[in-house]
Design a protein around this ligand. Structure first.
Ligand SMILES: Cc1ncc(COP(=O)(O)O)c(C=O)c1O
Length: 375
């Protein structure tokens, strides 16, 4: 049996029809830049996330970069973040001219809030938590630290669209937060996409300017070069917004399916296996990006599953602080737990197209490996 990690082909005929219809609407009105679909998408996302403002941008990377910029992160600042993430979490900080300061992760794969205070200096301006695989960071602790030291929080919520803690959705714990909607994400677009959200009007206005080359747009389109800030073009294409509107309609159903698969793994995978879900907070809803487990002999398990036709992934290797650019340019203290975990994490398929038989096949094969390899 073959099992893929992600299955991005569009086989559903009705979905294909809806996508083509939305493209036809776009071809009819011809507003390829900032057309009505962009505004519609932004409004729907703001309502869903319960935030005042949402701005569509060209990627999750742009979203994080703009969020940091709009919050005033600049040269000379230090920003605390996790070493266990996609490199963008930290590259965005560097692109603002600031220095990333890494704090080790806890066993749940998210930044360890109990270690943050030790890393705060006079230069620290912000904390960038990243909700790994859709599992929320301990935001209550992080918020308390941010309040005590007057730091900004900018969530890299790329992997956690729709996740929440005690009914507060990810993105609401920040001055500004960023999401990715690339084709692999739970709210997935059909190309590169991102959204940046805030509840602060001043930050929103700044974000709008920064998205559009640092200019304020004149509704009459007469004054187009009036530049308050320098920036590049980070706008979301109308074509992407129009397709994302279709994805958004299916989002609830998709996350329900992913939840069912995750629950199956939780119940049926051997108790000898550590699951990220073992660390869920009370009152948490997971964004269900992917399903990580932590296991000894990870590479042997991967090879075994590959032979059985099951695709798995290893995410975010090496740790950001161990990447060549970082080794050369930044000093970093030892990230004991992250270094231990990066050797043991394996990402299991959690895509909503998986069939019952495939989910059972994955689970049975992992359990067989665990029992026979005496982990
Ligand atoms: C944690 C994290 N931050 C940022 C990004 C960047 O998003 P994008 O790929 O849309 O630029 C990603 C994308 O995978 C991510 O996982």
């Amino acid at each position: 049996m073959k099992v893929k990690m992600f299955d991005l082909k569009i086989k559903d005929k009705l979905l294909r029809r809806d996508l083509i219809k939305s493209l036809n609407r776009l071809f009819d009105h011809g507003q390829f830049f900032m057309g009505p679909e962009v505004l519609d998408f932004e409004k729907k996302i703001a309502k869903f996330l319960n935030v005042k403002y949402a701005l569509g941008v060209s990627s999750g990377s742009s979203a994080l970069y703009l969020a940091l910029k709009a919050c005033g992160i600049k040269q000379g600042d230090e920003v605390i973040t996790t070493p266990l993430s996609w490199i963008i979490t930290s590259n965005a900080i560097i692109e603002c001219g600031a220095t990333p300061v890494f704090v080790d992760v806890a066993d749940d794969l998210n930044i360890n809030p109990d270690l943050i205070e030790k890393s705060i200096t006079k230069k620290t301006k912000a904390i960038v938590p990243m909700h790994y695989a859709g599992h929320m960071c301990d935001m209550n602790k992080i918020l308390a630290i941010a309040k005590k030291y007057k730091l900004k929080i900018i969530e890299d919520a790329a992997q956690s669209f729709g996740a929440s803690l005690n009914k507060i959705k990810s993105g609401n714990f920040s001055s500004a937060a960023s999401f990715s909607m690339n084709p692999m994400k739970t709210l997935s677009g059909y190309g590169e996409n991102g959204i940046v959200v805030t509840n602060n009007k001043k930050i929103f206005n700044k974000l709008k300017t920064l998205r559009h080359a640092g200019t304020t747009s004149d509704p009459k389109k007469k004054i187009t070069n009036f530049c308050n800030d320098t920036s590049l073009n980070h706008k979301m294409d109308t074509i992407n917004a129009s397709l994302l509107l279709i994805s958004f309609k299916k989002f609830k159903h998709k996350i329900e399916k992913k939840n069912i698969i995750a629950e199956y793994y939780n119940k049926n995978l051997s108790p000898k296996i550590i699951k990220q879900d073992d660390y869920m907070h009370k009152g948490e809803k997971n964004g269900r990006y992917v399903y990580p487990i932590i296991i000894n002999k990870r590479d042997k398990l991967r090879r075994y599953l590959e032979k059985k036709g099951i695709e798995t992934k290893i995410f975010h290797l090496p740790l950001i602080n161990k990447s060549p650019f970082y080794l050369k340019n930044y000093k970093s203290s030892k990230m004991r737990n992250a270094e231990r975990l990066i050797k043991k994490i394996i990402i299991l398929p959690l895509n909503e197209k998986l069939l019952k038989g495939q989910i059972k096949y994955i689970t049975d094969n992992i359990n067989y490996f665990v029992e026979n390899d005496k982990l």
